[in-house]
Ligand binder design. Structure first.
Ligand code: ZN
Length: 215
């Protein structure tokens, strides 16, 4: 979507830093990366978590750092300045589908720059689930993701993302956006699920697991 289609989308300054140009992952990254990937990640965050009335404007700069480390990626920073670290080793490991994987990981990390976290009290799995919910809806679910039930709705990542996607379809478009909104100024309270959907999250999880079993 073009930026003009989302007038409330506040585009930050993007900075790119590659700490080891000799690393094999640097060449793969440069062959597959474009600034528009970050732009579309910001737009996906706005599209799935905000309305024009609630769109945040606090993020002024996102610095993307490519370096060698174990793991995939992580994000940290202040309200205004965010830093995303993406592993060059991971880029090498994902070479067969580098562009989609880099894009998907960056959508996930950019969501962390914009989502609310109930003043740092939101369950970590819920945070990760929302990031992957946006990644899923942006069209970058990787092939290894599986729809799964299990003990916990907040197991995180794709497990929680597919659950939230089901909640969104069952309870109405904007449900995840509303859950995010309730975590702006208040500490985490599981009752937000009742407020938004009419059911507790445990009830929703049971219904979801039953739904999966029927499939
Ligand atoms: Zn994450």
């Amino acid at each position: 979507m073009a930026p003009s289609a989302l007038p409330s989308c506040h585009i930050p300054n993007f900075v790119l830093r590659i700490e080891d140009l000799n690393h094999q992952g640097a060449a793969i990254f440069l062959n597959n990366f474009h600034r528009d990937i970050l732009l579309s990640a910001v737009e996906a965050s706005y599209t799935w978590l905000y309305t024009p009335l609630t769109a945040p404007t606090h993020v002024e700069k996102i610095t993307l750092v490519l370096r060698s480390f174990e793991g995939v990626a992580y994000t940290f920073g202040s309200d205004t300045d965010k830093e995303i670290h993406l592993s060059l080793d991971y880029v090498v490991s994902a070479v067969s589908r580098a562009r989609d994987e880099i894009t998907g990981v960056l959508v996930h990390e950019v969501v962390h720059c914009y989502q609310y976290n109930a003043k740092d009290t939101c369950p970590a799995g819920f945070i990760e689930g929302i990031a992957d919910f946006v990644r899923l809806n942006a069209g970058y679910a990787p092939p290894h993701w599986e729809v799964s039930g299990g003990d916990r709705w907040d197991a995180g990542y794709s497990t929680t993302a597919y659950f939230l996607d089901w909640v969104e379809k069952r309870c109405g478009k904007g449900s995840v956006r509303k859950l995010n909104a309730y975590m702006k100024d208040q500490t985490y309270d599981p009752h937000i699920f009742v407020t938004v959907t009419g059911d507790t999250v445990d009830t929703l999880w049971c219904l979801y697991c039953e739904h999966l079993e029927r499939q």
